[in-house]
Design a protein around this ligand. Sequence first.
Ligand code: ZN
Length: 304
Amino acid sequence: MSAVKVTFLGTGSTGDPSRRCGSTAVSLPDGTVILVDTSGGNEIWHALREASIDVARIRVIVLTHQHLDHAAGLPFVLFRLAMAGMAADGYRGPIDVCAPAAAVDDLRRMCETLFPGMFTPWWIGDRVRWHGCTSDQYVWGLELRDDGTTSPTTARLGTPGDALPEGVVATISTMAVSHGAPPVPAQAVRIDAALANGEVRRVVISGDTGPNLGFTRFAGGVDLLIHEAIESESLGANPFLVFGTGHVTAASAGKVAAASRVKRLALHHLNARTGQHPETVRAEAAEHFTGEILVPNDLDTTEV
Ligand SMILES: [Zn+2]
């Protein structure tokens, strides 16, 4: 595979029973998978299987925040990775889990509570490397190199045309965003991935978020912006009430995409109402963003 492949494993939220909760898989040209969010439970395992994504290829899991529809699948993914490591030729190396720093202890405790013994040598042991992402340097980053190793770094947000450093196949950067009522630590995620010819493809996933200062810099000019659009003004939502819960409308997402000058926009994290009207959601964003807009269904894919 020469492209970066994005698989929308879950495009809904707690409010839309017809779609899986949020999770997106980004497959790099070498087959490595970066999983952003983990849906709300065992549904992540079904989605990975139906999408023919080998769980053993997941090297990095990024959680945008700890809400149940994004993080509750984490113990299921780690359990499957532990099982995969028991195969004769299974991967038994490290797995990087990146989450807002203030959420890491809670997430680890959740895994241990739901699966006592998960972090003993019988199961996944010390293979999980927890990374508490902080925003004190504006962005936090993780580098994946062509020898399979990873390390945290002070992220350099490249601009279109920049190459990645020698030997680096992808960088993962995060930026703190505003979300939740009450607020929870939350982050947007950016993946800069190198193709075999050295060109770089850039994907940003907003996570759940209200409006943010600095986001247009974080997402500036990327190839694909995957943005939440939980509500629709065309369907009667008041954008300011939506902002108050740390979310945005489809119109807001379209404005962010236009201001960020991204190439394409995908809208997800739909609720029970918007999930039933994807064309309305798309049209609302298209009033502000003239590029291609996707409103994917679960298991849809796109190449970047
Ligand atoms: Zn949330």
